[in-house]
Design a protein around this ligand. Structure first.
Ligand code: HEC
Ligand code: HEC
Ligand code: HEC
Length: 444
């Protein structure tokens, strides 16, 4: 296991180097943008780069191991799989022939150059809110990327979703084109955050639940949604986080992928965080201010801060092996619970509850993390199964995956045990089914 961890650390260092390199490359690119089009200026391109980062354009439009922005990443949709397209300036297979007006129309109205409807897997229901000058900057950025030849991959959708014309009915029902409207009662910073989160950032695309036709349930905005079989937790008053999030803590999480009172960003949120590292810092702060306001639980805040901290401390002191685990009453005994406790002591406690040499600081107490307190066990299962890589070069600490080490039964047992022991929420009932579902997935 030590070897695995060391390898992982080395890989992470490499990844950080690569990110650094890509950044330098991008900046150099911006500075020496081809001057064939006199309108393209370096400031505009640099601004477009920062905005494209908030829009996650590169994440969705780059296939694993593929050329940047050349498309081909599969995205799961309600009726099958949709592939992102080539948005490099290649004239034949990309958007090289697109005018600025055509690009704006795609972002605004979800229509391609030929006038065909686009699938809302491209989050134009959010991008429609973006101001003209920002879309123009993104266009300038896209048009100065390296052109890559890459044909479109064929979508795998069932009838009638495979017919683009069917999207007209969907759009009539669920799509409302229109710019962001500021709220005069709120601060400029709040409005900037709302503009970015609702528009380019499309946070609701993952954090808002969707109906059977794949449209966001706007009546339950930020009520918690799905992202690649992870739970994107609620970010309204139903947030499952034991300690209420402050704007400063959300900023830490979004910018560095980690906050000391909440934990680390994992799964699909990692890409979001990696992108936000390239956005303007004041923009990320603005998003944090807006999201913190949406999560506000006014009256209970102080009390719940105190209670959650006290509970976490009790669990911490009780969980150090040999210092009286019995001090913490568990709700149920039984064989599964024993197996869970044994696995936990062997596989988890060395890092989570003793000053292991592997990291300088102890991980956040499990009792304070959202994944252990969430309404379903998916994120905890993913984390134990696949481990954690740091979201940015900032932190070296991480956790190995246990996919190969634990049997299905052991994984079920340890996940149930962690929930029972470190959360005051009711036990999860679907751990077995969820473990099997996560395990049957292709390894990422
Ligand atoms: C969540 C994934 C996702 C994100 C984020 C995303 N896109 Fe896309 N985009 C797609 C998919 C999928 C399609 C193809 C839709 C279709 O085939 O109907 C697409 C299509 C497009 C098209 C139309 C291309 C064509 O050939 O028809 C453009 C232009 C585009 N995206 C630009 C962008 C830009 C710019 C950003 C960032 C601001 C962005 N996209 C962010 C998934 C995404
Ligand atoms: C691609 C899907 C996706 C997008 C887009 C996305 N998120 Fe997330 N987000 C997730 C997932 C999944 C998690 C859970 C990660 C984990 O358990 O470590 C998460 C976790 C979070 C958390 C931590 C919540 C908690 O209680 O632990 C915050 C805060 C957050 N996201 C904010 C945002 C903001 C702000 C945006 C928009 C700028 C955003 N997210 C966009 C998928 C997404
Ligand atoms: C090699 C050390 C190590 C081992 C072994 C380990 N972890 Fe971790 N774990 C970490 C680190 C480091 C983090 C991330 C830093 C943080 O959250 O503060 C982490 C984070 C987590 C998180 C996410 C917390 C969050 O921020 O959302 C959970 C849940 C977790 N571990 C559970 C477990 C379980 C269950 C086991 C045993 C099956 C285990 N860990 C084994 C080091 C370890």
């Amino acid at each position: 296991m030590t070897v695995t961890v060391k390898t992982l650390i080395r890989l992470a260092g490499l990844a950080a180097l690569c990110v650094g390199f890509a950044l330098v490359a991008a900046l150099t690119d911006a500075a020496t943008a081809p001057s064939s089009d006199a309108k393209v200026d370096a400031t505009q391109v640099a601004k477009g780069a920062e905005l494209a980062a908030i829009g996650n354009c590169g994440s969705c439009h780059t296939a694993e191991g593929g050329k940047p922005y050349a498309g081909g990443r599969p995205l799961s949709a309600p009726f099958g799989t949709i592939y992102s397209t080539n948005i490099t300036p290649d004239p034949d297979t990309g958007i090289g022939k697109w005018t600025e007006a055509e690009f704006i129309r795609a972002m605004r109205d979800g229509v391609d150059r030929e006038g065909h409807e686009l699938y809302p897997a491209f989050p134009y229901d959010h991008f429609t809110k973006v101001a003209d000058e920002d879309v123009k900057a993104i266009y300038a950025f896209m048009m100065t990327r390296d052109a890559s030849r890459a044909q479109r991959s064929r979508n795998d959708l069932t009838f009638p979703a495979n017919l683009r014309a069917s999207l007209r009915a969907w759009k009539a029902l669920y799509f409302r084109a229109g710019r962001f409207e500021p709220d005069a009662a709120k601060s400029a910073q709040w409005n900037r955050g709302a503009y970015l989160a609702e528009g380019l950032g499309h946070c609701g695309a993952c954090h808002t639940p969707r109906n059977v036709l794949g449209a966001e349930k706007l009546s339950d905005a930020y009520g918690g949604g799905d992202a690649e079989r992870w739970l994107a937790p609620a970010m309204n008053e139903d947030s499952p986080a034991p300690l209420p999030w402050t704007a400063e803590e959300i900023f830490n999480y979004l910018r560095y992928g980690f906050d000391a009172r909440h934990g680390i960003a994992a799964g699909p949120m990692v890409e979001v965080v990696q992108n936000l590292a390239n956005a303007r810092e004041d923009d990320v702060r603005a998003i944090a201010v807006y999201i913190a306001d949406r999560m506000r639980r006014p009256a209970r805040q102080a009390k719940s801060n105190y209670e959650a901290n006290a509970f976490a401390q009790l669990q911490e002191s009780a969980a150090v092996p040999g210092t009286g685990r019995d001090a913490v009453p568990t709700r149920s005994g039984g064989e599964a619970s024993n197996t869970g406790a044994t696995v936990f002591e062997g596989a988890c406690a060395p890092c989570h509850y003793s000053g292991s040499g592997l990291q300088s600081t102890k991980p956040v107490p499990l009792a304070l993390t959202t994944s252990v307190n969430a309404p379903d066990p998916r994120n905890l299962i993913h984390i134990v199964q696949s481990g954690l890589r740091p979201a940015s070069g900032e932190r070296g600490a991480m956790m190995p995956g246990f996919a190969a080490e634990l049997t299905d039964d052991q994984l079920v047992a340890v996940v149930s045990y962690v929930r029972e022991r470190f959360s005051r929420q009711p036990p999860w009932h679907d751990v077995v089914a969820q473990v099997l579902a996560v395990r049957s997935e292709k390894q990422r």
